[in-house]
Design a binder for this molecule. Structure first.
Ligand code: HEC
Ligand code: HEC
Ligand code: HEC
Ligand code: HEC
Ligand code: HEC
Length: 447
């Protein structure tokens, strides 16, 4: 067992030119870590919050299960260049399995302790990172009697408590939220986006938005704290967090127009709530898009035409039902003559998409983040406190009857393109569009 681990460890470093982290692989036993249920006996409120969050499901939830076992793991066993992701994915998604060298772990159905995901013991045993600006699971960890926490006066008879600056810092989050692919591309950089934006300058941490402070009982026998750190970790999987994340303002150049004339409409999209880009994180599959429609007095719908801006790579930011992508999925799964699936899923043609496309070494757009060689061709997402302005033209049909016309802008978000979701047989709820915001504008069509 020991030798096997040493060999694995050796292999890991030999094959990992970019991933120079993961110093803790295979150093521990499962018994070194307590189960979250143990913590629950005293930290019930926090446990219940964590249980609902994606942290507790980071290995078990369906899409993760599919991506690791259907795509990443078979690919790692086939292609040397990406061999390191066999353990790499696990280091962030099932840290217990990584730390004990249980790689690859059994599938979630087997019910091993890999299923605990990013558990209490992981975050509260992390001591720091080998990197100043962490990425790629570069955490250092010391499981045991002492739990690292944010307070100086928390006391427990069950475990020791040690105050930790690191646990309060965004660098804790960065150890898993920033990631470089084996090809050296930054495939996740939520921390770096935050760090170079306005919120870092103002001292608003990841924790302040994702672990808001409010009154709560930290522990059954502890004090009632007025500012308990809640463990909600709401993100892209929570429509309530997404709703209103970006504001929309709509303006037309006229208030009245006659049939045959052209109206110019401007949509201003302001990201005033997100501490990093939107979308962030798993950009290989996230899309935010703006649909613009006008409904006339008789209830007939028209789509407004987006005015192109002419920047490099803009074609990837405008939906096109004829564009196919993600061929690597079929290649890995051994599907013969696989031409890919629709790049933009079911988004209607001509719609602006806010996204950062990733490309594999063969130059095809990919959702396989570990197989990403290039993702700097175009980055058309909305930065923190940034406003993106889109303009549209609409030629009012000659035969339109006079009356009110309502122009509606609707901003949608999806976790995964629907075409990819259907191909991989994900649950429809995993790729259904979520409405982020909507705005309307009335104009009058006159004779
Ligand atoms: C027997 C009860 C009990 C159990 C079981 C327990 N804790 Fe605690 N824990 C406490 C008490 C009491 C406090 C102090 C609460 C307060 O601030 O008033 C505490 C505080 C903490 C703190 C905050 C330290 C700080 O900075 O104030 C952390 C972190 C923590 N526990 C983690 C854990 C983890 C992880 C587990 C499971 C492995 C666990 N606890 C299990 C009772 C318990
Ligand atoms: C993703 C990392 C992460 C996970 C997982 C996690 N915590 Fe925490 N926990 C934190 C951070 C960060 C803080 C401090 C937040 C801050 O500084 O605002 C914290 C604070 C705490 C505190 C102190 C709260 C207070 O206000 O005094 C306790 C107790 C605690 N966690 C227990 C747990 C338990 C129990 C679990 C599992 C059910 C858990 N944590 C899971 C990161 C985590
Ligand atoms: C040990 C690794 C690890 C650490 C440390 C960590 N995370 Fe995560 N986090 C993950 C993984 C893995 C996921 C993806 C879960 C999934 O979708 O399967 C995730 C997901 C999230 C999400 C998205 C949830 C959603 O609804 O889409 C948020 C928000 C988040 N983390 C915030 C934080 C914050 C804030 C910190 C620091 C206090 C932190 N994380 C620290 C591994 C980590
Ligand atoms: C000013 C508040 C704020 C701060 C600071 C902040 N976030 Fe967020 N975060 C949000 C909001 C709002 C969303 C939901 C919109 C979205 O998905 O982009 C979000 C979404 C996310 C997501 C899901 C992104 C996606 O599209 O899949 C992750 C992961 C995340 N945050 C992690 C972090 C981490 C890590 C940090 C610190 C480096 C951080 N956040 C700092 C507000 C914040
Ligand atoms: C450095 C840590 C890290 C590594 C390495 C990593 N992930 Fe993740 N993964 C995350 C975080 C953090 C998120 C959440 C980002 C977000 O919410 O946008 C995530 C999100 C995901 C998601 C999206 C979940 C959803 O519901 O949308 C999948 C699937 C996934 N990872 C699979 C993998 C696979 C497979 C690998 C290995 C090739 C891998 N991850 C490697 C940290 C990591």
């Amino acid at each position: 067992m020991r030798r096997w681990r040493a060999v694995l460890l050796g292999l890991f470093f030999a094959l990992a030119p970019f991933i120079a982290q993961g110093a803790e692989m295979g150093k521990f036993q499962y018994e070194d870590f307590k189960s979250p249920e143990r913590c629950r006996t005293c930290h019930k409120e926090i446990y219940q919050e964590w249980r609902q969050s994606l942290m507790s499901q980071s290995f078990t939830h369906h899409w993760d299960d599919v991506e690791y076992f259907k795509l990443a793991l078979p690919h790692a066993l086939k292609l040397d260049k990406v061999a390191e992701v066999k353990g790499g994915c696990i280091a962030c998604h099932a840290p217990l399995a990584f730390l004990t060298g249980d790689i690859p772990p059994k599938t979630p159905a087997a019910g091993t302790r890999a299923n605990e995901g990013v558990s209490c013991e992981i975050c509260h045993s992390i001591t720091g990172s080998t990197e100043k600006e962490p990425f790629n699971f570069s955490y250092t960890i010391k499981p045991g009697k002492v739990k690292f926490g944010p307070r100086k006066d928390g006391r427990s008879s069950f475990h020791g408590v040690e105050y930790s600056e690191f646990i309060k810092s965004p660098e804790l989050c960065a150890t898993c939220h920033d990631e470089q692919s084996p090809y050296g591309a930054w495939v996740k950089e939520t921390y770096r986006e935050w760090n170079s934006g306005p919120y870092a300058r103002e001292g608003a941490r990841c924790q302040d938005c994702h672990m808001y402070r409010a009154p709560g009982k930290v522990a059954r026998s502890g004090k009632l704290r007025s500012d308990m750190a809640h463990h909600a970790f709401h993100g892209a999987h929570f429509p309530n967090k997404m709703g209103g994340a970006v504001d929309i303002a709509l303006y037309a150049d006229v208030n009245q127009a006659s049939p045959g004339s052209s109206v110019k409409v401007r949509a201003e999209l302001f990201n005033g709530k997100v501490g990093h880009y939107m979308p962030s994180g798993s950009c290989e599959e996230r899309m935010l898009w703006l649909e613009m429609a006008a409904i006339d007095a008789e209830g007939k719908t028209y789509y407004l035409t987006l005015n192109k801006k002419g920047f490099k790579g803009e074609e990837y930011t405008i939906s096109d039902g004829k564009a196919f992508a993600y061929q690597a999925m079929g290649e890995i799964m051994g599907v013969k003559e696989f031409g890919g699936v629709k790049r933009d899923g079911d988004i209607p043609d001509g719609v602006r998409i806010f996204r950062r496309p990733f490309f594999d070494p063969k130059g095809r757009m990919t959702i396989c983040q570990w197989y990403t060689a290039e993702n700097s061709i175009v980055d058309y997402r909305i930065g923190p406190r940034e406003t993106k302005i889109e303009t549209y033209s609409w030629d009012i049909p000659q035969d339109m009857s006079p009356g009110h016309v309502k122009i509606t802008a609707t901003l949608y978000y999806s976790l995964v393109p629907s075409s990819v979701g259907e191909f991989l047989e994900l649950m429809p709820s995993e790729y259904a569009p979520v409405k982020v915001n909507t705005a309307t504008l009335d104009i009058e069509v006159i004779k």
